[in-house]
Design a protein around this ligand. Structure first.
Ligand SMILES: Cc1cc2nc3c(=O)[nH]c(=O)nc-3n(C[C@H](O)[C@H](O)[C@H](O)COP(=O)(O)OP(=O)(O)OC[C@H]3O[C@@H](n4cnc5c(N)ncnc54)[C@H](O)[C@@H]3O)c2cc1C
Length: 383
């Protein structure tokens, strides 16, 4: 076993970290307050390869290994949960299905623009107003073939990056009979007549990462916009979600790390009862728990990424990593607020933002309850 990052991965972490310190950290609080992602960051991130983590070099991407991709999202999460969520969704949720399942022609057409930061960010629409956890039963948005076009009707909810995207990959029911082979992923350009992108949701956290509800009214797209094969949408989605969960786990490790660092900084300089907070056993215990939970989460997330990179099955490990890291981040951010006392509850310090951002992570890309279902199925050998 080797728990060391290789030299390339260490250099990559440093490069992304330096970028976050220079470009993202100074504007993170402002983006949260205004609930707006600074889109000028996109081209800068593109230059570093952050918009093409999952896109092969042949299509203009950085094509980094899965651990390096996790490291990048972790560092972004350390600087801004909002930026990290939008970039994680862009790479892990929405570029990945094209790279994994697109035909050569589809990859050549849709992937290169996603890497340059000038065409916006990619978006994947699975969730509907009627439900997100139950994809098989819950997807009502339907697409019918009408000559050489799909005709799409329905609605989606909570779709990250929709307002920034050149197209939205949409999970549609293409066989009214239902069942696991009745769904397909269809690429819908955002300028298609009949597609309405509603104003961004007003969220508790990750406020600068835009999430929208969408309506599709007789939207028409060419038949060749179905990704790979029609009827494979559920399997494609589940595979993509496995990878996406590594991203959300990594993001949560970054959020927890940022909260712990802030708590340590504060505990060193604040005095109570004649000594620094850092000298009190109760505070030390909270920091010790935080350090342990963050380290455990990081190892689990990297292990899932390592399995992915090795081409092995990683569904169980990705679900475990996401469950562990997201729930740990929430606890660590909660304790960071506690350590800062009243200041922790103030917007003057960033820990309340970290806490609000972390709260979303046990919900998006499969709730904690869904992760437990995925894990239990595999532990009981039912999958
Ligand atoms: C910030 C943010 C960004 C998002 N971005 C996207 C995006 O880009 N694309 C996208 O498609 N979706 C996105 N989502 C939606 C997200 O994926 C869903 O919210 C999530 O899958 C849960 O679906 P739901 O909200 O409909 O909850 P529901 O499915 O209605 O579940 C409600 C509650 O019931 C529980 N529950 C449901 N079924 C079971 C069960 N069988 N056993 C036990 N408990 C169960 C859930 O865990 C949850 O606690 C985003 C959400 C957020 C908050």
């Amino acid at each position: 076993m080797d728990f060391e990052l290789n030299e390339e991965q260490k250099m990559w972490r440093q490069a992304v970290h330096d970028f976050c310190v220079q470009e993202i950290l100074p504007v993170a609080a402002e983006m949260d307050t205004s609930a707006e992602l600074k889109t000028e960051l996109l081209e800068k991130m593109a230059r570093l390869g952050l918009l093409g983590l999952n896109i092969p070099e042949a299509y203009g991407g950085a094509g980094v290994d899965a651990i390096s991709a996790a490291i990048a999202i972790e560092e972004l999460g350390w600087a801004s949960g909002s930026v990290a969520l939008s970039i994680s969704a862009h790479n892990g949720l929405a570029s990945a299905p094209i790279a994994l399942f697109g035909t050569e022609e589809q990859k050549a057409r849709w992937l290169p623009p996603l890497t340059n930061g000038r065409s916006g960010l990619a978006s994947l629409a699975l969730t509907e107003p009627g439900g997100g956890s139950d994809l098989v039963g819950g997807v009502q948005t339907h697409a019918e073939l009408d000559g050489d076009q799909w005709r799409i009707n329905g609605s989606k909810a909570w779709i990250t990056n929709a307002s920034l995207a050149p197209f939205i990959i949409t999970l549609c029911r293409t066989d009214p009979a239902g069942g696991s082979r009745s769904l397909s992923l269809i690429v819908v350009p955002t300028d298609a007549p009949g597609l309405h992108i509603h104003p961004a949701e007003k969220k508790m956290g990750v406020r600068a990462s835009p999430a929208h509800s969408l309506s599709y009214e007789q939207v028409r797209v060419p038949a060749d916009h179905v990704l790979g094969q029609a009827g494979r949408g559920l399997y494609q989605t589940l595979e993509v979600l496995d990878g996406g969960r590594i991203g959300i786990g990594a993001l949560s490790v970054g959020l927890g790390q940022a909260a712990m660092e802030e708590a340590i900084r504060y505990a060193r300089q604040r005095e109570a009862f004649g000594q620094s907070l850092a000298g009190h056993a109760a505070i030390q215990a909270m920091i010790a728990d935080a350090a342990t939970q963050i380290e455990a989460s990081r190892l689990m997330v990297y292990r899932a990424a390592w399995l992915k990179e090795a081409g092995r099955r990683f569904t169980r490990e990705a679900a475990m990593g996401k469950l562990m890291a997201t729930e740990a981040a929430e606890r660590v951010c909660r304790d960071a607020i506690q350590i800062l006392g009243a200041y922790g509850y103030s917007t003057e310090y960033p820990v309340e933002r970290f806490y609000r951002d972390a709260r979303a992570m046990t919900i998006g890309e499969g709730t904690s309850e869904v992760q437990r279902l995925v894990i239990a199925r595999r532990v009981f050998d039912l999958a």
